[in-house]
Design a protein around this ligand. Structure first.
Ligand code: HEM
Length: 397
């Protein structure tokens, strides 16, 4: 393929900061996105088993609503966290992203509606389960199937974006232009690997769940033990399945002996040992985060190498430094983001650890974080609008 085609598809305005920063942020935020994708699919999938069992089972009648709630919140987080890698990828790999969106335009529309219908049905499932309706498992299953379908579509966009040499054939097969937007490509092993990770993720989540609740007296010790054991079984079996699929994927694309691939395998073996003994699942989660970052790195490496071979190097992207934008972005991300997330997490942790009703206004740390978040947001809005209006008037007057 002629590199000039790819280079012509770049944004003539260039990028506002050094491309490597966007690349690092892409790797980081995609790992966050997929973590919540896997947690939502894993907990929703497992809750279906509990929902099918009904309310007669002592343990599952507690576990099922908790899993449904976990998945429900995770879907909203995965959507928010999906936007970040989307923005970073379309800054440095805009030829890939926009060509894919053109070739698979119909699927892009379908993706949005699938997400809306799938997530709405999830709420239906949540309320049906709460009301102990017999139809709840069926509704939950449809929601699960639609959300998995959304993941398959997302995978299709990724795979198509990795096939620049085939784009012309997809756009005009046998020389006849096809503007239908129905281009669809799947890499079965890669997709199976990605989806399989939801099993160990929900397993390690359950280990954390039981560890977290073990300090509460209103949960029976036998329930804590049951959920921990279930978590271990899921984590170990899931990790084995994912490990086999990962090796198959790496072998298929000739990356098996790449240092990042080898580091991922070492990470998975370590995870297996830690999940099996379940000494401290919080440490296991830390290793899981590192493995997620390694998987995200290898995804990026595959794309980076492929594009380099075609003569497209993101580090050569023309840079048109825009310091104010970067300062605004980083201060929003670091100051408002970190304080806001710390506030929500601290409150969630304390609510969970507390028996009975937790009153955040009586807790010094929660109150302080809450107030700080509020003041930072007010300051942020004032700066954002003053800055925007200032630039607008500066440009037009
Ligand atoms: C239930 C909904 C979703 C599921 C199950 C899902 C799942 C996935 C999966 C499995 C991948 C990896 C594909 C691969 O590497 O083969 C992926 C990538 C990605 N997802 Fe999602 N996703 C969902 C929703 C979203 C949303 C709403 C957004 C954006 C707002 C988003 C943004 C992204 C981005 C930017 C990538 C990387 C694309 C690339 O690098 O080419 N996802 N998603």
């Amino acid at each position: 393929m002629d590199a000039s085609v790819l280079l012509a598809l770049r944004d003539p305005a260039g990028v506002p900061f050094y491309p490597i920063i966007f690349q690092i942020l892409y790797v980081l935020t995609w790992a966050l996105h997929i973590a919540f994708v896997l947690l939502s699919l894993g907990s929703l999938g497992l809750s279906l088993y509990g929902s099918a069992k009904g309310s007669s089972d002592k343990y599952w009648s507690i576990l099922t609503p908790h899993l449904i709630q976990t998945g429900k919140i995770s879907v909203s987080i995965l959507i928010v966290l999906g936007v970040a890698p989307l923005l970073f990828t379309q800054v440095i790999y805009d030829p890939n992203w926009y060509v894919t969106n053109t070739l698979s335009g119909m699927w892009v529309f379908i993706f949005i509606y699938s997400l809306i219908v799938g997530y709405s049905m999830y709420y239906w499932y949540y309320y049906a389960n709460k009301a102990q309706k017999s139809s709840s498992t069926f509704i939950g299953f449809i929601s699960f199937a639609i959300l998995v379908f959304a993941g398959i579509l997302m995978h299709n966009f990724t795979v198509t974006s990795l096939m620049p040499t085939e784009w012309m054939n997809m756009y005009a097969p046998n020389g006849v232009v096809d503007t239908s937007g129905w281009t669809f490509n799947v890499d079965t092993i890669r997709l199976a690997f990605m989806v399989s990770l939801s099993i160990p993720v929900v397993g390690i989540f359950l280990q954390n769940y039981s560890r977290f609740l073990s300090t509460r007296k209103d949960f029976e010790a036998s329930f804590i033990e049951y959920s921990a054991k279930l978590g271990t079984t899921l984590a170990v079996s899931g990790l084995l399945i994912s490990a086999v699929l990962f090796v198959a994927w790496m072998f298929q694309i000739n990356y098996l002996f790449h240092p990042v691939s080898l580091a991922t395998i070492v990470g998975v073996v370590l995870l297996l040992a830690m999940a099996k003994t379940n000494r401290n699942s919080y440490y296991t989660t830390l290793v899981l985060v590192i493995v997620a970052l390694l998987i995200s790195t290898i995804r990026e490496l595959i794309r980076f190498d492929l594009m380099i071979d075609l003569g497209y190097n993101i580090y050569d992207y023309p840079v048109n430094l825009e310091i104010p934008t970067i300062v605004m972005f980083l201060s929003t991300f670091l100051i408002m983001g970190f304080v806001g997330v710390a506030y929500l997490l601290t409150m969630a942790w304390k609510v969970g650890k507390n028996e009975g009703v937790f009153d955040g206004s009586k807790d010094a740390l929660v109150s302080k974080l809450g107030q700080s978040t509020l003041y930072i947001m007010i300051a942020w809005m004032a700066i954002y609008f003053a800055w925007g209006i200032g630039i607008l008037f500066n440009n037009i007057l």
